[in-house]
Design a protein around this ligand. Structure first.
Ligand code: NAD
Length: 237
């Protein structure tokens, strides 16, 4: 059985959805978990991953409390809805600041605390592998997370730190519900049409957390630089 006993994990976006399920599974497997989220959670203050000062303060807090970080799960993310014509610059910039720069900054500033054999898992999206309608900034930013994860795997190999990326399909979380709500009717229906999935339903946050925790665990000791689609087979269509 996978254990995280005596390991310290940081989970961004750990207050809700997939991140919250990851926090629960890591805790159940014995890890000490520090949560970095806009919503203050389980004794941790609010952290904005797109704000370097906020990330640095959080890294100091992890250093003081634990002195190390063995696992980093970058799960925080936002969606901005709007077609190429509708989207405004502020939404574009915010998408990249949170979804892409946030992943880089969090990894960069926790690195001094990460010993050899640490693991990083970045949560991108199936939308970063194959575009979906009316989410250009989200699609582009998640494709960037796929590329950034590969770049991180290469650069951190020397330090024996593994980096992998998970691309979820549709997962039952507040983010997915809000995104569906904001979409035009025809797009909402198309996205909720599980005919495009080999497994004809959405995923639970726990199903995603299982795959993320596997990649973060020693059971995945020979896996780095990989992109794992956890999408019910959607990417085959
Ligand atoms: P969620 O909204 O339930 O959780 C996201 C969490 O991230 C929230 O707690 C939020 O407060 C936090 N967050 C947002 N911006 C932040 C910031 N700047 N700094 C710190 N924390 C911030 O969403 P979720 O569905 O669990 O999404 C988790 C990840 O999975 C995201 O990266 C999302 O893009 C990705 N994803 C989700 C789905 C889906 O269908 N739910 C599909 C593909 C990918």
């Amino acid at each position: 059985m996978t254990t995280f006993s005596e390991k310290v994990a940081v989970v961004t976006g750990g207050a809700s959805g997939i991140g919250a399920a990851v926090v629960s599974q890591l805790r159940a497997a014995g890890a000490e978990v520090a949560v970095a989220d806009l919503t203050p959670t389980r004794g941790y203050p609010a952290v904005d991953v797109s704000d370097t000062g906020s990330v640095l303060q959080f890294a100091d807090l992890v250093a003081d409390r634990f002195g190390r970080c063995d696992v980093l799960i970058n799960c925080a993310g936002i969606v901005t809805v709007g077609t190429i014509e509708q989207l405004d610059e502020a939404d574009w910039d915010r998408s990249f600041a949170v979804n892409v720069r946030g992943v880089w900054q969090m990894a960069r500033h926790l690195l001094p605390l990460m010993p050899e054999h640490s693991a990083i898992v970045n949560v991108a999206s199936g939308a970063g592998l194959r575009a979906i309608p009316a989410l250009p900034a989200y699609v582009a930013s998640k494709a960037a997370v796929v590329g950034l994860s590969q770049a991180m795997a290469i650069d951190l190999a020397e330090r024996q730190i593994r980096v992998n990326c998970v691309c979820p399909g549709l997962v039952d979380t507040p983010l997915a519900a809000a995104t569906q709500e904001a979409r035009p009717d025809h797009v909402r229906e198309a996205v909720a049409d599980y005919q495009n999935y080999l497994i004809k339903r959405s995923a639970s946050p726990d199903e995603l957390a299982g795959s993320i925790c596997f990649l973060a665990s020693d059971a995945a000791a020979y896996i780095t630089g990989s992109t794992l689609a956890v999408d019910g087979g959607r990417t085959l269509h």
